[in-house]
Design a protein around this ligand. Sequence first.
Ligand code: FMN
Length: 287
Amino acid sequence: MSSSSILLGIIGSPRKHGNSEILVKEIYRQLSGDWELRLMRLPEMDIRPCRACYQCLFGEMKCIQDDDFHIALDALLECSAYAVVSPAYLLDANAGLKRFLDRGLAFYGHVAALWGKPAVAAAIAGIEGMEGRTKLAVEGFVKFTMGDLRGSTVLYGALPGEVLLGERGRSEARRLAQAIEKPGKEERVAGVPACSVCGADSFRFLPDGRVRCLLCSSTGSCEWREGRLTVATQPGDHPFFHTRESVLEHAEWLRGMKDRFLQRRKELKAVVQDYAGVGTWIKPDRK
Ligand SMILES: Cc1cc2nc3c(=O)[nH]c(=O)nc-3n(C[C@H](O)[C@H](O)[C@H](O)COP(=O)(O)O)c2cc1C
């Protein structure tokens, strides 16, 4: 890495000096090269919901909303590597991460700059075993921001600072720091079934012994072999973010929706109109 490397710490916690923040800082401290640490606390940023207008896929390829999304995206574009850390909130990552990701069709305008930045992800849960899908959510954050996921972990700690009280927090921070500086894919944990395509370890079990990776959507089979569950997955017909080319193809496919909509506009309108006026909307009183 050059002397001007920037590590962006993406914090999914509103809590100042909380576990997510100190873990990112510890990862930074464990880096051996010359790095600058920048920090971004997503929950405190004004990132509004995507309006599903698809404007960001056309023309300038920029989201038309004027809020902090652009500041966050610029920080991501400028960094050399990033670490995303979120607490578990109700078995999932903090919604601040999702609010940013939901604006992610705007990432397609920056594929060249975003693709393949070294990135690591960590989920922090207050109760052992109660992380739910938080690890998958932080891994998904890296995937959809087109980073090269070099490592991920789940750590436990409820009180601010607790995550670094034991040795495991610091050793995992060291492992993630080394992964940022060492090219190559994440080393898989021995004995844990992993997706053959992307290496993730979160699955949905389907009928007939098939299994789907919840990070990259590859499907395949799973079986017990010598007392261990093994998984063999293959990329499907609609590979999602496996390669830079697949990202560009997906953007093209999305742009094609406009023509597909225009072609079927009449029949779609007939379906939708049938439901117009059904139900009473609850709306906030903004007076
Ligand atoms: C609203 C809320 C929901 C939470 N939900 C969970 C949960 O589902 N599972 C869990 O293990 N911990 C849960 N926690 C605990 C936090 O994940 C834990 O305290 C974590 O260390 C917070 O990280 P921070 O210090 O970076 O904010 C929750 C905390 C809050 C405030």
